[in-house]
Design a protein around this ligand. Structure first.
Ligand code: TYD
Length: 203
């Protein structure tokens, strides 16, 4: 049995990545999963990670994200891919580089080294980056209680967005950047066109 394909959706908060990740997973009968928090251990890690009332050093935050990812790869992503089923993940290692690296200023080379430790050889076949500008993101974001990341200042989100665009340039072929400011239907059409050439297990 051949290995499943591994697709990742990335983007800043309110980019629409979760909507499209779920939709694409359903369309191709792939396993939908997300970070942080889609394992029993991850549920606890996510609670602490998003709790804005518990101050945390950026390095601590990074290591907890990586702990979540390491366990996620070992117990969910890798076994599913090995069973021949495709996986669609809402966020993966690029979130750590964009948020903790570009956003919080943690050394990128250190984060990349720790990422190797966390994910081994489990790399995405394709990362879809849904890019939106900050004004669009702010308009879309609900005005209710904010988690640790949502309550960060505007500059933080600007750095995260720029970080993602830099990563897309650096990683090149394995990334697909979509303009997420268009309507949901228009964004879906652009994504689906790009994904139609992938070797889905359930074609
Ligand atoms: P998520 O559940 O995807 O929230 P949203 O749908 O609002 O984007 O992610 C929760 C937060 O965790 C989000 O603000 C981004 C942050 N995050 C990091 O900072 N680093 C990481 O490595 C990951 C996976 C998420």
């Amino acid at each position: 049995m051949s290995r499943g394909i591994f697709l990742v959706f990335e983007g800043i908060d309110a980019s629409g990545k979760s909507t499209h990740a779920r939709r694409v997973a359903q369309l191709h009968d792939a396993l939908f999963t997300f970070e942080p928090g889609d394992t029993p251990l991850g549920v606890d890690l996510r609670r602490w990670l998003l709790d804005a009332s518990t101050p945390m050093k950026p390095e601590t935050e990074s290591l907890m994200m990586l702990a979540d990812r390491s366990h996620h790869v070992a117990t969910v992503i890798e076994p599913t891919l090995r069973s021949g089923r495709d996986v669609v993940s809402d966020r993966f290692f690029a979130s750590s580089l964009a948020y903790q690296g570009y956003g919080r200023g943690v050394d990128l080379a250190d984060l990349e080294a720790a990422t190797d430790l966390a994910i081994g050889t489990c790399l995405p076949d394709l990362t879809v980056l849904i890019d939106i500008d900050l004004d669009t993101a702010n308009e879309r974001r609900a005005r209710d209680e904010k988690d640790r990341f949502e309550s960060a200042d505007l500059d933080f989100h600007a750095r995260v967005r720029q970080g993602y665009l830099d990563l897309a340039r650096r990683y090149g072929d394995n990334w697909f950047v979509v303009d997420g400011s268009k309507s949901e239907e228009e964004v879906a059409a652009v994504i689906d066109e790009r994904l139609s050439s992938l070797a889905w297990s359930n074609a």
